[in-house]
Design a protein around this ligand. Structure first.
Ligand code: CA
Ligand code: CA
Length: 179
């Protein structure tokens, strides 16, 4: 049997804490000077404002947050899997050049430039950007997605992850803003 070999990756730990501590000193980290149409874009208020298909939002110390201690850990199964993280009722600014910015760190067991595992950015169901195992980096990298087509609209933002059968890819997302 040639080609890519299956690697048995231990299931990713699920000892996560879905509820942030109410007295966390960084609970208000989102209240930065820059306006953000998103609620809780840095996840420092836990799951508030977000809908997740699994325990994606975490403060696990197994990975690093971009800011604060909470972040979104998507995928990393090394098996066929999908995950979704979304927020609805986002008022995209009606002036200027609205954009989505976020920080992404991709870690993968894959190699090469072929996209086996992907993370799509969907706005109102339309895919505006796709990242993959080919975007692996040692640290967080800021991404920008133009939202001019949705200027002045109320939208749903979704991060949609897919993994193929073999070799895991982890997509970490943090510090998401629309403005
Ligand atoms: Ca964070
Ligand atoms: Ca894979």
């Amino acid at each position: 049997m040639g080609g890519r070999q299956r690697r048995h990756r231990p299931a990713r730990p699920r000892h996560r804490h879905p509820h942030p501590h109410p007295d966390r000193p960084d609970s208000f980290a989102d209240h930065a000077p820059q306006r953000n149409a998103l609620t809780n874009g840095s996840f420092e208020q836990g799951t508030s404002g977000w809908t997740q298909s699994d325990s994606i939002i975490t403060n696990s110390s197994l990975q690093a947050a971009r800011d604060g201690s909470w972040y979104a850990w998507m995928m990393g199964y090394g098996a066929d899997a999908i995950e979704s993280l979304s927020q609805s009722n986002i008022a995209v600014p009606s002036t200027g050049t609205p954009k989505l910015t976020f920080w992404l760190k991709v870690s993968t067991q894959e190699s090469g430039s072929t996209a086996y595992d992907t993370l799509k950015v969907n706005v109102n169901g339309t895919t505006l950007a796709t990242y993959s195992n080919a975007d692996a980096s040692s640290g967080y990298v800021q991404k920008t997605v133009d939202l001019s087509a949705h200027k002045g609209q109320t939208v749903k933002l979704e991060f949609a992850g897919t993994e193929d059968t073999y070799l895991s890819t982890i997509f970490l997302v943090d510090q998401i803003a629309i403005g």
